[in-house]
Every structure is written in C-alpha cells, then in structure tokens.
Design a protein around this ligand. Structure first.
Ligand code: ADP
Ligand code: TZD
Length: 580
C-alpha cells in the first residue's frame, strides 16, 4: 500500500483509505453510537468477523457455548440497565437457540435485541436450500415485541435505532434484527455511511399518567381498610427505587414484593408482608399493583388465594392492554412507574395507615407466628442436609454481602430460596421469572457478573443447573466471580423415584447418584467444593466469595427432601397412576 493510502491515525472505524466502509463496520458503529458496549454471542458464518470487529473496536464480546445462554445473559443485562442487551448468533439453528431467550425476554418484559446473520433472501424465499436456510424474520415475529430486517447498508443506522427504541420504550421486550450475510459485506461511501447513523434520543420517554386516573386511584386507596401494595419486577426495572420506597413509607401501607422485586426495599423492612403472604392476599380489600401482572404467579387475581373478601385493584403499568387481563381493575394508572408513583405519593397523606392499626397489627401477628415457625425449621440440622439447613447457611453468608447478585432456579430450590434468602438491594435477584423456566442459570449469572462487575451466587437445583452447565467453561474463560451452588439431590425434584417395572432404566426423574458437579468446573481451571453439611457449605461459600474466582459447590441434599414440582403441585394433571 502506498503511503498516501495508509489510513490516518485518527480516523474512525468507518473511514478507511478507500473512503468506503461496509455493513460490518456500520453495525458496530451504530451500536457504539448508542452506548452499547457489550455483545453476548456465539460466532460462525456469517457473523464471525462482526464479533472480531466488535472486539477490535473496543466493545466487549462475551462468547458462549450455546446461544440460549448468550441470549439470557443479554436479557438480564437489559433488565439491570434499561438498555437493550445484545445477543449475536449465526443463522437458522443458532438463531433458533437464541430465540428461546428472546421469547423469554419478551415474556418477562426484559429489553434485548437478538441480532442474527441470515442466508440470502432470494434463496430463502424460493426455498432453494441455502446453507442454514430459514425464514428467520417470520419465525421470530410471534415471539418478539418487534422484528426487523435490514437489506441495505445505508439502513443499518435506522434499523439499529428502531430495534433499540422498540426494545426499551413502553413495555420492554425482545426485538429481533435480521442481518443477511450480503448486507454485512455491502460497501458504502464513508460520508454517506456516517450520515446514515442514528443516535436514539430519549429511547424510553417518560409517560405521565392522566390526572384523573391518579385521583381515581387515590380515592380507591383512601377507601381501603386493608390495603396492600404489590411490587413486581416492572417496579424493579423502572429504577424508581427512591420514589417507590418513599411511597411505601409515606403511605405506611404493607407491601409484598414479587420474587424479582425483592430488595427494592430491604426484605427486613417492617412494612414487608412477605412472611404473611397468604394472609394479606386473602384479606386485603384494596391492592395496588405496581409493575406486576395478575398472571398465574398471582393466581390470576382470583380463587382461593384471594379469599372471599371482594377486592378492588389499582394497577400501575405502562401497558394499557394489561388492564382487566384477568379481573376487573377499579383504577388503572397508565404511565411509567417513576411518574405514576410520584403522582400517587403526592396525593397520599403521611401516616395514612396511622388510623388503621388493626390491619397492620393483624399482619404483624401473623408475620411473627410464621417467622417463628420458619426459624424452628431453619434451626434443625438433619443429616443429610435438606433444603432448609443448606439455605440457612447461604442466607447467613449473603446477609453480610448485600451487593452480591443472586441467580436462582429449580423447583424446591427456587421456592425455598425465594422465601429464605433475604435481598437488601434492588435488581440483585434474577430467577426463573414469568414462565418458571429452567435454563436461565449460567446465562443470567454471566450477564449479571459482566454487567455489574460484582460477584454472583447462583443457587441451582441439580436438574436446573444441567440446562446451562457447559457455560462453566465460559465463566472460567472470562474468570468471572461466579459461585454456583448445585443443590444435588440426585434428580428432578428428588432422587428417590423407582421404575415400577423393575426394569434397568431408572425412573424419569432420576439422575446418576452421587454426581460430583464440583469436578466439572475443575476441568476448566475453576475451583470445586464438595459440601455435605451446612458448616462445610458456609466455609466453601466464604472461600469462594473471598477468592473472586469461578467456583462450584456441590451441596449434597437429602435425596428424599422436597416435593414434586415444588409448590406447583396443583398444576400437575392427576395421572391414573397417582390417583390410585
Ligand atoms: P412480576 O412477575 O414480578 O409480577 P411482571 O413481569 O408480571 O412482574 O409484570 C411487570 C409489569 O411491569 C408488566 O406488565 C410491564 O408492562 C410493567 N412495566 C415494565 N416496565 C415498566 C415501567 N418502566 N413503567 C411501568 N410499567 C412497567
Ligand atoms: N424444561 C424447562 C425449559 N423448564 C421447566 N420448568 C421444565 C423443563 C420442568 N421443570 C420444572 O418446572 S422444575 C424442573 C424441571 C425440569 C427441575 C426441578 O429439579 P431441580 O430442583 O433439581 O432443578 P429441586 O430443587 O431439586 O426441586
């Protein structure tokens, strides 16, 4: 190359000696221009060079062993930051693996963008059998909040801008962005290319609630004798922490956090009604839902859980079509949670509950009774360990480190950890979410560690862990401070089922007995621990956290502990076999 052709030292990535740039560079430039600094993904044709370029241009590329986990990492990064997490995959199978995470993100209202390379439109549309041929755009549509395809390099800027805005504005969700291989290689004049980039202005604008909707809600609240505030993960996502806390404290109304809203106020807060959950759901007369849907996790707002007492609901949500989804909502307040809660707070007298001590006293009594019962259960030291004694050990360590992120999945492991492990800070707990899905574990753990730079403790059922276990290598490769604790009871739910035929195959729920998950991480240079008592578990966890290294604790739990499906036994259809 002649000297005159050498790029100047201070040129941007799109400015090359030839004065042209290409689709690869434009995608990276468009993301960077919008302050996106990390891509979670898995390389291959046609996006390997895109990943290389991202890294060369100073972005972080975190490479996974399976796209579903890269997608889950992106989704949780989106939840934590209110910026869309980016997942990059190859076409057809890579895209489909990522699609599971995209669908889960949309279901949970997490903002993420799945960017997949794709085969050529001309061949795909005539179904002529291209390499990894698939009509990805249409496959993505039913599972995404929005789906876009860019065909011309000069549209990359606008395509990325639309994807970002669609992911974070209104109700957040998953967006699919289809980038055909040919697009990435298209060249474009540098000046024209620069002008085509779009910096998104105010991607998730505040949405103020109508004054009359706030008045209506306050009137309903003021008529309450037994009010309850229910905080969902939308409230955690909104990052209106101080406003929410002020509303709860100023009103004095007892509150319940959904699992991923735990820590918005510390779980030890005196207004928390978590330890009297069934009691308050059954007996409340006015329920203020803030960023929580009345889906199966809340028994659809009706039935035995909600008692015979007629209820009035106030619902704060950004999505108007969420209102009346399951039961009639007396007072919808539509807007962003920060603005809505601020407006409600302005209309609530301090000490609103002071004249209403009967309700708070009844809750306190129930809480104390339940807490005493739980303390007695937690104090027991059965051998082998059970869920409770193991979780007591973890709880006591995590109490000293409120900054640690907690990932949690499994059946019993999820149900018990959710109620036993207290959270003290917002957006520190990430779990199976709206679908009750298994497989989020290592993806969420990696996403949380990379995004926060803080340690992660992933509390995993042994079955749940298996869905993403290979990502231990990813954790070790990036030397992430993730401690995975596998609650090993030899199977799905439990390890005690037997094959009724007496045949060689084990029962459908049973795994290899006495598996040593701790040795898996050692294969990649991480540190394994084997714990059979709460004392060993405490020691291993303290060491793991202090080391800041990738660690895995194989926590051996009584294989007979736990129940089928955890607390969801009611969702199991009764089979002929169990009816007997
Ligand atoms: P949980 O599972 O914790 O009960 P859900 O996922 O069911 O919570 O509900 C979250 C709700 O929060 C969704 O209905 C969503 O539309 C809403 N939401 C998310 N972000 C915001 C926001 N910034 N402002 C208002 N509502 C929001
Ligand atoms: N597949 C997916 C993707 N999600 C699911 N929820 C399930 C299967 C079904 N399932 C549950 O709902 S919990 C669970 C499965 C397989 C695992 C329970 O066993 P575990 O947990 O070992 O993880 P416990 O704590 O021992 O009960």
């Amino acid at each position: 190359m002649a000297e005159a052709d050498q790029p100047a030292a201070n040129v941007t990535s799109t400015q090359q000696a030839t004065e042209t740039t290409d689709g690869f560079h434009l995608v990276i430039d468009a993301l960077k221009l919008n302050d996106i600094d990390t891509i979670f993904g898995l390389v291959g044709i046609p996006i390997t060079d895109l990943a290389r370029l991202a890294q060369a241009e100073g972005m972080r590329f975190i490479g996974f062993r399976h796209e579903q986990h890269a997608g889950n990492a992106a989704a949780i990064a989106g939840f934590m930051t209110k910026k869309p997490g980016i997942c990059l995959t190859v076409s057809a199978p890579g895209f489909l693996n990522g699609l599971t995470a995209l669908a889960n993100a949309t279901t949970n209202c997490f903002p993420m963008i799945l960017i997949s390379g794709s085969s050529e439109r001309e061949i795909v549309d005539l179904q002529q059998g291209d390499y990894e041929e698939m009509d990805q755009l249409n496959a993505a549509k039913p599972y995404a909040k929005a789906a876009f395809r860019v065909l011309h390099a000069e549209d990359i800027g606008i395509g990325v801008a639309r994807a970002i805005r669609a992911a974070v504005s209104g109700r957040p969700g998953g967006v699919y962005l289809d980038l055909p291989a040919k697009l990435l290689a298209q060249t474009l004049d540098v000046v024209k290319a620069q002008q085509s980039l779009v910096k998104v202005v105010d991607a998730a604008p505040r949405q103020l609630p109508a004054t009359e909707s706030v008045e209506r809600a306050l009137n309903v609240l003021k008529s309450a004798k037994r009010p309850l505030i229910l905080l969902g993960k939308g409230a955690a996502y909104a990052q209106a922490d101080a406003e929410i806390r002020a509303f709860v404290e100023q009103s004095g109304v007892p509150y319940l956090p959904m699992s991923m809203a735990k820590g918005l106020l510390p779980d030890t807060h005196e207004q928390s009604a978590s330890a009297a959950r069934s009691f308050v759901l059954e007996n409340a007369d006015v329920v203020v839902l803030i960023g929580a849907r009345l889906n199966w996790l809340l028994s659809h707002g009706k039935g035995k859980t909600w008692g015979a007492q007629p209820k009035q609901f106030v619902q704060v949500d950004i999505s108007p079509t969420e209102i009346d989804s399951n039961v009639a909502i007396a007072a919808p307040v539509i807007g962003d949670i920060g603005s809505c809660v601020a407006a409600l707070r302005a209309g609530v007298d301090t000490g609103f509950m002071k004249s209403n001590t009967e309700w708070t006293a009844a809750i306190a009594e129930r809480k104390n009774k339940n807490l005493a019962k739980m303390a007695a259960t937690l104090d027991k030291n059965p051998s082998p360990m059970n869920f409770h004694s193991a979780l007591r050990a973890i709880r006591d360590v995590l109490k000293t480190r409120p900054d640690i992120n907690v990932v949690n999945e499994g059946a019993n492991t999820l149900d018990y950890a959710r109620s036993i492990i207290d959270m003290y800070q917002p957006r520190k707990r990430f779990d199976s979410g709206t679908w009750g899905i298994m497989g989020i574990g290592m993806g969420f753990a990696i996403g949380a560690a990379v995004t926060s730079g803080k340690p992660v403790v992933a509390i995993e059922g042994d079955s749940a862990f298996g869905f993403s276990g290979m990502e231990l290598e990813t954790i070790c490769r990036y030397d992430l401070p993730v401690c995975t604790i596998v609650f090993n009871n030899n199977g799905v739910y439990r390890g005690t089922d037997v094959n009724p035929t007496g045949g060689k195959d084990v029962a459908p729920t049973v795994f290899v007995k006495g598996a040593r998950y701790d040795r898996m991480i050692e294969a990649f240079g991480g540190i394994g621990h084997h714990a059979t008592t709460p004392e060993e578990l405490t020691k291993a966890l303290l060491e793991a956290i202090a080391s800041g290294k990738p660690t895995l604790i194989n926590a051996v739990i009584d294989e007979a502990a736990g129940t089928e499906s955890g607390r969801l036994t009611n969702l199991n259809p009764q089979s002929a076999a169990t009816k007997k």
